[in-house]
Design a protein around this ligand. Structure first.
Ligand SMILES: Nc1ncnc2c1ncn2[C@@H]1O[C@H](COP(=O)(O)OP(=O)(O)OP(=O)(O)O)[C@@H](O)[C@H]1O
Ligand SMILES: [Mg+2]
Length: 270
């Protein structure tokens, strides 16, 4: 059974596109056929993170409007044959999306791929609503800060009232990724801890991705951080991808460096 997963956040800039690219590649590494779809109309970031910006010819809206066949618009990842990418339209008119056409496109994608991952735009307006409309499940990405958590809570509220599954009396599965987590800042009391975030949002934890400077470089080079075996963020995305594919991989919480308060105390008393 294929699964449509929407990657959402409410607040912009928290790591949805980074997460989509990395879990897309991570799922493909698990030998599953996966497609990542850029629903951020007018923006286009996912193609850059995947290093595929020069390969874009047709986009999702052209497929929906019958101007191009799906196979003409799909781009195969250079990093993994199991991963495909469907680009966003560059039009500035965000109202180009229509429910019936989106459903048709997703049904077509579900015939070809086991996992269909949708990268939502920032905010909770119509582009967001179209991304969640036919999703079977959602990955909510938050940063450990109040504004991000508050906006995610709002996005979850819309997901739970406007998605098709809910209209049909069913539930949309929701899982949380805490991104840009910095254990040293948590120790200093400068950042919310994961337990506090989970308590506020009340959804299941899928994983914690640490703050990692390598993420930006990796994205700029079109080589998602999951390809870097040594990166902690890359390892976190690998575990998350395994969990998405049903493997029981334990959740690893990033540890504070020795510079943290506890580390310094241990240093004093040992
Ligand atoms: N774990 C991380 N550590 C360090 N930087 C990160 C991490 N995750 C994401 N970033 C950086 O944060 C910025 C925003 O990420 P990204 O574009 O994925 O967010 P987004 O939620 O898709 O944004 P938008 O809402 O505008 O679409 C990028 O520069 C990205 O490289
Ligand atoms: Mg984005």
């Amino acid at each position: 059974m294929s699964k449509v997963i929407a990657v959402i956040s409410g607040k912009g800039g928290v790591g949805k596109t980074t997460t989509t690219a990395n879990i897309g590649l991570g799922i493909a590494m698990q030998m599953k056929q996966c497609v990542v779809v850029d629903f951020d109309i007018g923006q286009r970031n996912l193609d850059m993170i995947l290093g595929l910006e020069n390969r874009v010819v047709y986009d999702m809206v052209q497929v929906m409007d019958g101007e191009a066949a799906l196979d003409q618009a799909l781009i195969r990842s250079k990093a993994n044959r199991n991963l495909h990418f469907l680009p966003a339209s560059q039009t500035k008119d965000k109202s180009v999306l229509e429910s019936a056409k989106i459903k048709q496109l997703l049904d077509e994608l579900k015939k070809k791929f086991e996992y269909v991952i949708l990268d939502a735009p920032a905010g909770i307006e119509s582009g967001f609503e179209h991304t969640i409309e036919f999703a079977d499940s959602a990955i909510v990405v938050v940063n450990p800060e109040v504004s991000s958590i508050r906006d995610s809570d709002r996005a979850i509220g819309i997901l739970d009232s406007k998605s098709q599954l809910v209209k049909d009396g069913k539930e949309v599965e929701k899982k949380l990724i805490i991104n840009r987590f910095d254990p040293d800042m948590v120790e200093k009391g400068e950042m919310l801890d994961s337990d506090d975030i989970l308590e506020i949002l009340g959804i299941e934890l899928l994983g914690i991705v640490p703050e990692d400077k390598g993420v930006i470089d990796a994205s700029n080079q079109g080589q998602p951080i999951i390809m870097n075996e040594k990166s902690q963020a890359g390892k976190a995305y690998k575990r998350i991808s395994k969990r998405i594919c049903g493997n029981k991989t334990p959740i690893v919480k990033p540890k504070a460096s020795k510079g943290g308060i506890m580390g310094r105390l241990k240093g004093i008393f040992s």
